[in-house]
Design a binder for this molecule. Structure first.
Ligand code: SF4
Length: 267
């Protein structure tokens, strides 16, 4: 049950949270590698070995057991706080594992509450990954509500670049990507080498359905964002996430009105 922050703070030193207001969260604590990272060739070989060992459909627990052997102290878990299933599955093998939350400053209050509940109740270290600019500073530099005019630029500033900086201290990251999420994700591997971040990418839940995810959360009492049951099967920043009617594409509420379908961290 630990919390930390990496990225932007206010002039007073406090983390800047929702819509540019000050957050009451932990003190700024930039992460740095615990030891020298292994070289890219070694990480590529590890990814290939893991993929060969696990195939396409190994159970999530086996994937995490492999990850715990390969990266016992150099794995980060990315979590959007739609639910905490992935952190729960991984923390069972790697207690106090680092959980990276992209604190864009634009999240729903329910998402912030889910983040706080995860930090308070689970054996993980939640790290708020902050952009270089606060929302107010971004408004000043790029004009008000950049997300409504150029969401790709906004995501690049508030999600893609901060995540890349945060991941530079790790050898591997785990994500909650699932193949049924979107047509662009149908071939998501359990393990692979992430060419964008030059580290190993692990997707333990890739083969899971949404119902399996909810069943796991229910069985294990895992924290779930209340918006999931309120018409938001895919949850991003508040200005860029709309309710979805039953039976519609779960991600159709993301960046409605734009051709954009991904924030960019998985491209
Ligand atoms: S999802 Fe919307 S508000 Fe959030 S970073 Fe992307 S464009 Fe900006």
């Amino acid at each position: 049950m630990t919390t930390a922050t990496t990225g932007t703070t206010s002039a007073a030193g406090a983390p800047v949270g929702r819509f540019g207001h000050l957050s009451a969260r932990g003190a700024n604590a930039p992460r740095s590698p615990r030891r020298p990272r292994r070289g890219e060739d070694e990480l590529r070989a590890l990814a290939a070995a893991g993929a060969a060992e696990l195939g396409d459909d190994a159970p999530a627990e086996e994937v995490v057991a492999w990850a715990a052997r390969a990266f016992p102290d150099s794995l980060a878990v990315a979590c959007s706080m739609a639910d905490a299933v992935l952190p729960h599955v991984i923390a069972a093998r790697i207690p106090s594992v680092d959980v990276l939350f992209l604190e864009t400053g634009y999240h729903f209050a329910e998402t912030e509450g889910t983040r706080d509940a995860v930090a308070e109740t689970m054996d993980v270290t939640v790290i708020d990954v902050l952009p270089e600019l606060t929302v107010a500073e971004q408004d000043e530099r790029y004009g008000q509500a950049l997300h409504s005019r150029d969401p790709s630029r906004c995501c690049a500033l508030r999600k893609v670049a901060p995540l890349a900086r945060a991941l530079s201290g790790y050898e591997a990251w785990a994500t909650g990507l699932r193949r049924e999420d979107a047509v662009t994700r149908t071939s998501t591997p359990l393990v692979g080498f992430d060419e964008a971040h030059r580290i190993v990418k692990i997707n333990p839940l890739a083969a899971w359905s949404f119902d399996e995810l909810l069943a796991y959360a229910s069985e294990h009492g895992v924290v779930v964002n209340p918006l999931l049951a309120d018409g938001y099967p895919s949850i991003g920043c508040e200005p860029c996430t709309a309710r979805v009617a039953p039976g519609e594409d779960p991600r159709s509420g993301r960046w409605a009105g734009f051709t954009k379908t991904e924030c960019g961290i998985h491209l």
